[in-house]
Design a protein around this ligand. Structure first.
Ligand code: HEC
Ligand code: HEC
Ligand code: HEC
Length: 169
């Protein structure tokens, strides 16, 4: 039942996924539309129009960072440095779905270790009992994905590693 529910959402998402729609700043519900400053800001539709998209038609932020489309400040002063580590983890407790590949490199170019360790994940392979239900509930990967990082309904961006056997890690 649970799996069918998820598959249904995935199929549905596949059908409705199109290139991202950007609302004008004046009625995006986020910016103060009474402020004169609104005219000074670049409209997202214009600013983001050449950004690379992922398989679901959403902006692929990892690619924008890699190709230099954006260069976020590392900290308040701009002089801080990010310490990225290159450590991929294959997560195999995925039932009939392909394994999940977690890249430390792609995460630590934006985030610091203490953003995840130890509040969200114990830093130990297999040290966390992660289920899809808990992720959809906003824990583990769902602390960020579906909120500030790409959608939880883009199953294939996480479940992307072929493997013919699964099991508890
Ligand atoms: C942000 C990354 C991410 C996305 C997106 C994602 N998953 Fe997962 N999924 C995981 C992780 C991590 C696990 C746990 C793997 C482990 O512990 O070895 C998991 C586990 C699972 C499992 C096995 C465990 C369980 O709870 O049944 C299923 C089935 C599953 N995912 C289906 C899906 C489906 C269907 C989608 C799309 C609707 C999806 N996942 C989207 C990361 C993700
Ligand atoms: C976005 C979240 C996130 C960030 C940021 C992050 N990690 Fe991790 N880390 C994980 C996950 C997920 C695992 C695997 C846990 C599991 O298998 O259950 C892990 C596992 C580890 C492990 C265990 C490896 C092993 O072989 O057992 C170490 C060590 C580690 N991380 C160090 C770091 C360091 C150092 C940083 C900062 C440079 C960092 N992590 C940043 C999510 C993160
Ligand atoms: C602390 C926040 C945070 C957590 C927790 C987190 N992510 Fe991410 N993740 C991000 C951000 C930010 C990006 C880059 C922006 C984007 O792609 O939307 C990202 C990008 C990714 C990417 C695309 C880059 C790539 O390697 O292909 C994948 C896949 C991914 N995350 C999987 C996971 C999985 C699996 C987990 C849980 C084991 C997880 N993330 C936990 C914040 C997080």
């Amino acid at each position: 039942m649970f799996k069918w529910g998820l598959s249904f959402l995935f199929i549905f998402y596949g059908v409705i996924a199109t290139a991202e729609d950007f609302l004008p700043l004046i009625n995006d519900g986020v910016h103060d539309n009474q402020s004169g400053a609104i005219g000074l800001l670049q409209e997202p539709e214009k600013a983001l129009k050449d950004f690379p998209l992922d398989n679901a038609g959403a902006i692929d932020w990892v690619k924008t960072l890699a190709d230099g489309s954006i260069e976020p400040r590392k900290g308040l002063t701009g002089k801080e440095k990010m310490v990225a580590i290159d450590l991929d983890i294959i997560m195999k407790n995925t039932s009939t779905m392909p394994f999940v590949s977690f890249s430390h490199k792609n995460h630590t170019e934006w985030l610091t270790c203490s953003d995840c360790h130890t509040k969200i994940f114990m830093p130990q392979v297999g040290g966390n009992f992660i289920t899809m239900a808990s992720i959809l509930n906003g824990d583990y990967c769902g602390t960020c994905h579906g909120k500030v990082a790409f959608s939880l309904y883009n199953c294939a961006r996480c479940h992307k590693t072929d493997g013919n056997q699964s099991g508890l890690r």
